[in-house]
Ligand binder design. Sequence first.
Ligand code: FBP
Ligand code: MG
Ligand code: MG
Length: 335
Amino acid sequence: MSRKNQTLGEFIIENQTSFKYSSGELSRLINSIRLAAKVVNHEVNKAGLVDIIGAAGDTNIQGEDQQKLDVYANDKFIQTLTKRNIVCGIASEEEDDFISINSQDENNQNKYVVLIDPLDGSSNIDVNVSVGTIFSIYRRVTPVGTPVTLDDFLQKGSQQVAAGYVVYGTSTMLVYTTGDGVNGFTLNPAIGSFYLSHPDMKFPEDGNIYSVNEGNYTHFPQGIKNYIKYCQKEEGDRPYTSRYIGSLVSDFHRNMIKGGIYLYPQSSKNPNGKLRLLYECNPMAFLAEQANGKSSDGFTRTMDVEPTELHQRVAFICGSKNMVEKCESFMREAQ
Ligand SMILES: O=P(O)(O)OC[C@H]1O[C@](O)(COP(=O)(O)O)[C@@H](O)[C@@H]1O
Ligand SMILES: [Mg+2]
Ligand SMILES: [Mg+2]
Protein backbone atom coordinates (compact mmCIF):
# COMPACT_ATOMS: atom_id res chain seq x y z
CA MET A 1 0.00 0.00 0.00
CA SER A 2 1.74 3.21 -1.10
CA ARG A 3 1.72 6.28 1.11
CA LYS A 4 2.30 9.82 -0.18
CA ASN A 5 5.76 11.08 0.76
CA GLN A 6 7.12 7.71 1.77
CA THR A 7 10.69 7.32 0.56
CA LEU A 8 11.49 5.35 -2.58
CA GLY A 9 13.44 2.87 -0.43
CA GLU A 10 10.39 2.21 1.79
CA PHE A 11 8.12 1.96 -1.27
CA ILE A 12 10.39 -0.58 -2.97
CA ILE A 13 10.51 -2.81 0.11
CA GLU A 14 6.77 -2.52 0.81
CA ASN A 15 5.82 -3.32 -2.78
CA GLN A 16 8.41 -6.02 -3.40
CA THR A 17 5.94 -8.86 -2.83
CA SER A 18 3.48 -7.47 -5.42
CA PHE A 19 6.13 -8.22 -8.06
CA LYS A 20 5.59 -11.73 -9.52
CA TYR A 21 9.31 -12.60 -9.64
CA SER A 22 9.91 -11.07 -6.23
CA SER A 23 13.32 -12.12 -4.91
CA GLY A 24 14.64 -8.72 -3.90
CA GLU A 25 16.92 -8.69 -6.95
CA LEU A 26 14.75 -6.23 -8.88
CA SER A 27 14.45 -4.02 -5.79
CA ARG A 28 18.22 -3.88 -5.51
CA LEU A 29 18.42 -3.06 -9.21
CA ILE A 30 15.94 -0.17 -8.93
CA ASN A 31 17.88 1.06 -5.90
CA SER A 32 21.09 0.98 -7.95
CA ILE A 33 19.44 3.04 -10.69
CA ARG A 34 18.27 5.48 -8.00
CA LEU A 35 21.85 5.83 -6.77
CA ALA A 36 23.32 6.41 -10.24
CA ALA A 37 20.55 8.93 -10.98
CA LYS A 38 21.53 10.96 -7.94
CA VAL A 39 25.16 11.05 -9.07
CA VAL A 40 24.18 12.16 -12.58
CA ASN A 41 21.69 14.67 -11.19
CA HIS A 42 24.49 16.27 -9.20
CA GLU A 43 26.47 16.85 -12.41
CA VAL A 44 23.47 17.96 -14.49
CA ASN A 45 22.60 20.59 -11.92
CA LYS A 46 25.96 22.25 -12.28
CA ALA A 47 26.23 21.95 -16.04
CA GLY A 48 27.83 25.23 -17.11
CA LEU A 49 29.86 25.60 -13.92
CA VAL A 50 31.97 22.53 -14.49
CA ASP A 51 33.45 21.30 -17.77
CA ILE A 52 30.52 19.01 -18.52
CA ILE A 53 28.79 20.79 -21.39
CA GLY A 54 29.64 20.56 -25.07
CA ALA A 55 30.65 17.72 -27.32
CA ALA A 56 32.87 14.91 -26.05
CA GLY A 57 34.57 14.64 -29.44
CA ASP A 58 33.32 11.15 -30.40
CA THR A 59 30.26 9.91 -32.26
CA ASN A 60 28.09 7.03 -31.14
CA ILE A 61 26.88 4.15 -33.31
CA GLN A 62 23.90 6.29 -34.36
CA GLY A 63 26.35 8.76 -35.91
CA GLU A 64 25.43 11.39 -33.28
CA ASP A 65 28.06 13.59 -31.65
CA GLN A 66 28.28 12.39 -28.09
CA GLN A 67 27.89 15.19 -25.55
CA LYS A 68 30.16 15.13 -22.50
CA LEU A 69 27.12 14.55 -20.30
CA ASP A 70 26.02 11.62 -22.51
CA VAL A 71 29.38 9.98 -21.82
CA TYR A 72 29.40 10.93 -18.12
CA ALA A 73 25.89 9.57 -17.52
CA ASN A 74 26.69 6.42 -19.51
CA ASP A 75 29.82 5.79 -17.42
CA LYS A 76 28.02 6.42 -14.10
CA PHE A 77 25.11 4.06 -14.80
CA ILE A 78 27.38 1.30 -16.13
CA GLN A 79 29.86 1.69 -13.25
CA THR A 80 27.09 1.62 -10.61
CA LEU A 81 25.30 -1.42 -12.07
CA THR A 82 28.60 -3.27 -12.58
CA LYS A 83 30.09 -2.44 -9.17
CA ARG A 84 26.93 -3.51 -7.40
CA ASN A 85 26.97 -6.73 -9.41
CA ILE A 86 23.24 -6.47 -9.94
CA VAL A 87 22.81 -7.33 -13.64
CA CYS A 88 24.22 -9.84 -16.12
CA GLY A 89 24.17 -7.47 -19.10
CA ILE A 90 23.74 -3.83 -20.13
CA ALA A 91 22.94 -2.20 -23.46
CA SER A 92 23.15 1.56 -23.93
CA GLU A 93 22.50 4.19 -26.59
CA GLU A 94 26.14 5.22 -26.12
CA GLU A 95 27.63 1.71 -26.50
CA ASP A 96 27.93 0.05 -29.92
CA ASP A 97 27.30 -3.43 -28.53
CA PHE A 98 25.80 -4.91 -25.38
CA ILE A 99 28.06 -5.39 -22.36
CA SER A 100 28.22 -8.76 -20.58
CA ILE A 101 28.71 -8.33 -16.83
CA ASN A 102 30.76 -11.45 -15.93
CA SER A 103 27.66 -13.39 -17.02
CA GLN A 104 29.80 -16.39 -18.01
CA ASP A 105 30.76 -16.76 -14.34
CA GLU A 106 28.54 -19.56 -13.02
CA ASN A 107 28.46 -17.70 -9.69
CA ASN A 108 26.75 -14.77 -11.35
CA GLN A 109 23.15 -15.66 -10.61
CA ASN A 110 21.85 -12.31 -11.81
CA LYS A 111 18.76 -12.68 -13.97
CA TYR A 112 18.25 -9.17 -15.32
CA VAL A 113 19.54 -7.20 -18.28
CA VAL A 114 19.14 -3.42 -18.50
CA LEU A 115 18.79 -1.25 -21.61
CA ILE A 116 19.43 2.43 -21.05
CA ASP A 117 19.35 5.85 -22.67
CA PRO A 118 21.75 7.45 -20.18
CA LEU A 119 21.00 11.02 -21.21
CA ASP A 120 17.83 11.77 -23.15
CA GLY A 121 17.35 15.15 -24.79
CA SER A 122 21.06 15.71 -25.42
CA SER A 123 20.38 18.72 -27.64
CA ASN A 124 19.04 20.52 -24.56
CA ILE A 125 22.02 19.97 -22.22
CA ASP A 126 23.87 23.18 -23.10
CA VAL A 127 20.79 25.37 -23.01
CA ASN A 128 19.57 24.51 -19.51
CA VAL A 129 16.38 22.75 -20.64
CA SER A 130 15.26 19.59 -18.84
CA VAL A 131 16.80 16.28 -19.88
CA GLY A 132 16.38 12.71 -18.66
CA THR A 133 17.50 9.11 -18.38
CA ILE A 134 15.39 6.16 -19.62
CA PHE A 135 15.72 2.50 -18.53
CA SER A 136 14.12 -0.80 -19.48
CA ILE A 137 14.59 -4.10 -17.60
CA TYR A 138 14.12 -7.71 -18.83
CA ARG A 139 14.73 -11.16 -17.37
CA ARG A 140 17.40 -12.88 -19.40
CA VAL A 141 16.16 -15.68 -21.73
CA THR A 142 19.45 -17.58 -21.80
CA PRO A 143 20.45 -19.78 -18.81
CA VAL A 144 21.91 -18.07 -15.73
CA GLY A 145 25.67 -18.54 -15.46
CA THR A 146 26.16 -18.58 -19.26
CA PRO A 147 27.30 -15.58 -21.32
CA VAL A 148 24.43 -13.20 -22.16
CA THR A 149 23.62 -13.04 -25.85
CA LEU A 150 21.83 -10.57 -28.15
CA ASP A 151 18.64 -12.61 -27.60
CA ASP A 152 18.56 -11.45 -23.99
CA PHE A 153 18.20 -7.87 -25.27
CA LEU A 154 16.09 -8.31 -28.42
CA GLN A 155 12.89 -9.02 -26.51
CA LYS A 156 9.46 -7.52 -27.29
CA GLY A 157 8.46 -4.61 -25.08
CA SER A 158 5.62 -6.74 -23.69
CA GLN A 159 8.31 -8.85 -21.96
CA GLN A 160 9.63 -5.94 -19.89
CA VAL A 161 9.55 -6.55 -16.12
CA ALA A 162 10.17 -2.90 -15.27
CA ALA A 163 10.78 0.45 -16.98
CA GLY A 164 11.17 4.05 -16.01
CA TYR A 165 12.82 7.38 -16.43
CA VAL A 166 14.49 10.12 -14.47
CA VAL A 167 13.69 13.70 -15.41
CA TYR A 168 16.28 16.32 -14.46
CA GLY A 169 14.04 19.37 -14.55
CA THR A 170 12.76 22.04 -12.17
CA SER A 171 12.87 19.14 -9.74
CA THR A 172 14.41 15.72 -10.25
CA MET A 173 11.95 12.86 -10.43
CA LEU A 174 12.20 9.10 -10.87
CA VAL A 175 9.09 7.57 -12.41
CA TYR A 176 8.79 3.80 -12.90
CA THR A 177 6.58 0.74 -13.22
CA THR A 178 7.02 -2.96 -12.46
CA GLY A 179 3.72 -3.76 -14.17
CA ASP A 180 1.60 -2.66 -11.21
CA GLY A 181 0.86 0.96 -12.08
CA VAL A 182 3.17 3.98 -12.37
CA ASN A 183 4.59 5.93 -9.42
CA GLY A 184 6.63 9.12 -9.35
CA PHE A 185 9.22 10.08 -6.74
CA THR A 186 10.72 13.54 -6.28
CA LEU A 187 14.27 14.04 -5.03
CA ASN A 188 14.60 16.23 -1.93
CA PRO A 189 18.10 17.57 -2.67
CA ALA A 190 18.56 18.73 0.94
CA ILE A 191 18.16 15.17 2.23
CA GLY A 192 19.22 13.30 -0.91
CA SER A 193 16.15 11.02 -0.80
CA PHE A 194 13.39 10.42 -3.32
CA TYR A 195 9.87 10.75 -1.87
CA LEU A 196 6.62 9.41 -3.34
CA SER A 197 5.09 12.62 -4.72
CA HIS A 198 2.99 11.25 -7.60
CA PRO A 199 1.31 7.95 -6.60
CA ASP A 200 -0.52 5.96 -9.24
CA MET A 201 0.04 8.32 -12.19
CA LYS A 202 -2.54 8.18 -15.01
CA PHE A 203 -2.77 9.75 -18.46
CA PRO A 204 -6.06 11.62 -18.82
CA GLU A 205 -7.96 9.76 -21.60
CA ASP A 206 -8.14 13.04 -23.51
CA GLY A 207 -5.87 16.08 -23.54
CA ASN A 208 -5.25 19.26 -25.52
CA ILE A 209 -1.48 19.22 -25.97
CA TYR A 210 0.33 17.89 -29.02
CA SER A 211 4.13 17.50 -29.08
CA VAL A 212 5.87 17.12 -32.45
CA ASN A 213 8.80 18.75 -34.23
CA GLU A 214 6.71 20.65 -36.79
CA GLY A 215 9.90 21.66 -38.55
CA ASN A 216 9.72 18.21 -40.16
CA TYR A 217 6.08 18.71 -41.28
CA THR A 218 6.72 18.59 -45.03
CA HIS A 219 8.49 15.25 -44.62
CA PHE A 220 5.67 13.59 -42.61
CA PRO A 221 3.29 10.93 -44.00
CA GLN A 222 -0.12 12.29 -45.08
CA GLY A 223 -1.90 10.70 -42.11
CA ILE A 224 0.31 12.59 -39.64
CA LYS A 225 -0.10 15.85 -41.59
CA ASN A 226 -3.88 15.37 -41.45
CA TYR A 227 -3.76 14.71 -37.70
CA ILE A 228 -1.65 17.85 -37.08
CA LYS A 229 -4.14 19.88 -39.14
CA TYR A 230 -6.92 18.34 -37.01
CA CYS A 231 -5.11 19.46 -33.83
CA GLN A 232 -4.79 23.01 -35.19
CA LYS A 233 -8.38 23.35 -36.44
CA GLU A 234 -10.70 25.93 -34.73
CA GLU A 235 -13.43 23.49 -33.74
CA GLY A 236 -14.81 22.21 -30.41
CA ASP A 237 -12.01 22.05 -27.82
CA ARG A 238 -9.43 22.69 -30.55
CA PRO A 239 -7.03 24.07 -31.53
CA TYR A 240 -4.85 22.09 -29.14
CA THR A 241 -1.75 23.70 -27.64
CA SER A 242 1.60 22.89 -29.25
CA ARG A 243 4.32 22.07 -26.72
CA TYR A 244 7.63 20.49 -27.78
CA ILE A 245 10.63 20.51 -25.43
CA GLY A 246 12.78 18.26 -27.60
CA SER A 247 13.47 15.88 -24.68
CA LEU A 248 11.26 12.78 -24.99
CA VAL A 249 11.26 12.24 -21.21
CA SER A 250 10.11 15.80 -20.47
CA ASP A 251 7.45 15.91 -23.21
CA PHE A 252 6.13 12.50 -22.07
CA HIS A 253 6.12 13.53 -18.40
CA ARG A 254 4.16 16.72 -19.07
CA ASN A 255 1.66 14.94 -21.30
CA MET A 256 1.13 12.19 -18.70
CA ILE A 257 0.26 14.81 -16.07
CA LYS A 258 -1.79 17.19 -18.24
CA GLY A 259 -3.07 14.95 -21.07
CA GLY A 260 -1.45 15.05 -24.48
CA ILE A 261 0.18 13.22 -27.36
CA TYR A 262 3.83 12.98 -28.42
CA LEU A 263 4.69 12.10 -32.01
CA TYR A 264 8.01 11.25 -33.64
CA PRO A 265 6.73 9.70 -36.90
CA GLN A 266 8.65 8.20 -39.76
CA SER A 267 9.40 10.76 -42.45
CA SER A 268 11.24 11.07 -45.74
CA LYS A 269 14.18 12.28 -43.59
CA ASN A 270 13.89 9.42 -41.04
CA PRO A 271 12.16 6.50 -42.85
CA ASN A 272 12.05 4.50 -39.59
CA GLY A 273 11.54 7.49 -37.30
CA LYS A 274 14.31 8.73 -35.00
CA LEU A 275 13.67 7.19 -31.61
CA ARG A 276 15.18 3.83 -30.59
CA LEU A 277 12.77 0.96 -29.92
CA LEU A 278 14.62 -0.80 -27.10
CA TYR A 279 15.70 2.01 -24.75
CA GLU A 280 13.37 4.88 -25.65
CA CYS A 281 10.05 3.66 -27.13
CA ASN A 282 9.47 0.34 -25.31
CA PRO A 283 10.05 1.71 -21.79
CA MET A 284 7.85 4.78 -22.47
CA ALA A 285 5.21 2.51 -24.04
CA PHE A 286 5.18 0.25 -20.94
CA LEU A 287 4.76 3.31 -18.69
CA ALA A 288 2.07 4.76 -20.95
CA GLU A 289 0.00 1.56 -20.93
CA GLN A 290 0.44 1.14 -17.17
CA ALA A 291 -0.91 4.71 -16.87
CA ASN A 292 -3.97 4.12 -19.09
CA GLY A 293 -2.27 5.71 -22.08
CA LYS A 294 -1.43 4.15 -25.42
CA SER A 295 1.53 3.83 -27.80
CA SER A 296 2.05 2.63 -31.38
CA ASP A 297 3.81 3.39 -34.66
CA GLY A 298 0.43 4.40 -36.03
CA PHE A 299 -0.54 0.82 -36.82
CA THR A 300 1.27 -1.65 -34.51
CA ARG A 301 1.34 -1.48 -30.70
CA THR A 302 4.92 -0.45 -29.84
CA MET A 303 5.36 -3.33 -27.36
CA ASP A 304 4.33 -5.87 -30.03
CA VAL A 305 7.12 -4.84 -32.39
CA GLU A 306 9.62 -7.72 -32.76
CA PRO A 307 13.11 -6.23 -32.23
CA THR A 308 15.79 -7.18 -34.77
CA GLU A 309 18.66 -4.83 -33.88
CA LEU A 310 19.98 -3.25 -30.67
CA HIS A 311 19.73 0.34 -31.92
CA GLN A 312 16.76 0.01 -34.29
CA ARG A 313 14.48 3.02 -34.72
CA VAL A 314 10.71 3.03 -34.93
CA ALA A 315 7.97 5.58 -35.53
CA PHE A 316 6.51 6.58 -32.15
CA ILE A 317 3.09 7.94 -31.19
CA CYS A 318 2.36 7.94 -27.47
CA GLY A 319 0.07 9.54 -24.94
CA SER A 320 -3.59 9.95 -23.98
CA LYS A 321 -5.55 6.97 -25.28
CA ASN A 322 -8.25 8.83 -27.25
CA MET A 323 -5.70 11.16 -28.85
CA VAL A 324 -3.46 8.25 -30.00
CA GLU A 325 -6.50 6.39 -31.37
CA LYS A 326 -7.58 9.53 -33.25
CA CYS A 327 -4.13 9.87 -34.78
CA GLU A 328 -4.13 6.16 -35.71
CA SER A 329 -7.49 6.61 -37.46
CA PHE A 330 -5.99 9.41 -39.59
CA MET A 331 -3.04 7.12 -40.42
CA ARG A 332 -5.38 4.29 -41.50
CA GLU A 333 -7.60 6.64 -43.57
CA ALA A 334 -4.57 8.07 -45.37
CA GLN A 335 -3.23 4.61 -46.26
O1 FBP B 1 15.54 17.44 -32.37
P1 FBP B 1 14.48 16.47 -32.82
O2 FBP B 1 14.76 15.85 -34.16
O3 FBP B 1 13.11 17.01 -32.71
O4 FBP B 1 14.58 15.24 -31.80
C1 FBP B 1 14.26 15.40 -30.45
C2 FBP B 1 14.11 14.02 -29.88
O5 FBP B 1 15.36 13.34 -29.96
C3 FBP B 1 15.80 12.97 -28.65
O6 FBP B 1 16.64 13.98 -28.16
C4 FBP B 1 16.56 11.68 -28.82
O7 FBP B 1 17.13 11.27 -27.64
P2 FBP B 1 18.69 11.44 -27.27
O8 FBP B 1 18.91 12.85 -26.89
O9 FBP B 1 18.84 10.47 -26.16
O10 FBP B 1 19.50 11.02 -28.47
C5 FBP B 1 14.53 12.89 -27.83
O11 FBP B 1 14.71 13.09 -26.47
C6 FBP B 1 13.71 14.03 -28.41
O12 FBP B 1 12.35 13.88 -28.23
MG1 MG C 1 16.89 9.67 -26.03
MG1 MG D 1 20.46 9.79 -25.19
